[in-house]
Design a protein around this ligand. Structure first.
Ligand code: FES
Length: 168
């Protein structure tokens, strides 16, 4: 835990006064309440948008609980993100219909073009790639959700076009 807190990246919210104050406030408001870990993480995720490894270690120390407990909650619920999300999000439906219709090939294409993995954000902070569950548009499989807009029947050769539109 200490090592993570000794090497906090300079763009981490813990290094930004205003965001650190938000984290402190979430801890102060919830520390005596039952389920404090979940409450603090929830508030921090909502207000800051992610809970980095350093933030997890900091929260664990301040709440006096093992880091594993905080980490366990963060990794169990997909609501929690450990990295900041990009300006745009492209989600790939991993539901059965989309999977069968070729989402894995689409994911490969996206990873190749952007040079990042699912769950990661491009270094310029523009695009985050994520997976999602069935969005109820199975007849349109394979489906991607670009900034909340569902797009169906997306073939890998159409992906560059989607990317160009997002990057405009
Ligand atoms: S499986 Fe993808 S929309 Fe239903």
């Amino acid at each position: 835990m200490n090592r993570v807190l000794k090497e906090i990246p300079e763009n981490d919210p813990l290094m930004i006064a205003e965001q650190k104050a938000m984290i402190e406030q979430a801890i102060a408001e919830n520390r005596e309440r039952p389920g404090a870990v979940m409450l603090v993480l929830n508030q921090v995720q909502t207000e800051i948008g992610h809970v980095s490894p350093s933030m997890q270690a900091y929260i664990a120390r301040k709440l006096n609980v093992p880091l594993g407990q905080v980490h366990g909650v963060v990794t169990f619920y997909s609501f929690f993100k450990t990295q900041p999300r990009g300006k745009h999000t492209i989600k790939f439906c991993l539901g059965t219909a989309c999977y069968v219709a070729g989402v894995p090939q689409l994911v490969e294409k996206a990873k190749q073009m952007l040079n990042i993995e699912l769950g990661q954000t491009t270094p310029d902070g523009q695009i985050t790639l994520e997976e999602c569950r069935c969005v109820g548009a199975c007849s349109q499989a394979p489906v991607v959700v670009v900034n909340e807009e569902v797009q169906g029947k997306v073939r890998p050769n159409k992906f560059p076009q989607i990317l160009r539109k997002v990057q405009q």
